[in-house]
Design a protein. Structure first.
Length: 68
């Protein structure tokens, strides 16, 4: 018999899975920028294709991630 902790854990797992699926669907249909929003340099076509919805070039994205 499942106790309340098991039920809560199952609910949390399901909630997380749905959130991840929703985010994946949203990012798959997102349009990538052709110009970086931080430095105004062109974003390479390969990055635009591989990282759906990207708004920054690789260099600026690395800077953003280091600041976190």
């Amino acid at each position: 018999m499942a106790d309340i902790v098991d039920l809560a854990n199952d609910y949390a797992d399901e909630f997380l899975q749905r959130a991840l699926e929703q985010r994946q669907r949203a990012s798959a249909s997102a349009v990538s920028a052709s110009i970086c929003v931080d430095c105004d340099e062109p974003i390479p076509q390969l990055r635009q294709e591989k990282v759906k919805g990207c708004q920054t070039c690789v260099s600026c994205q690395e800077l953003r991630e280091r600041r976190r």
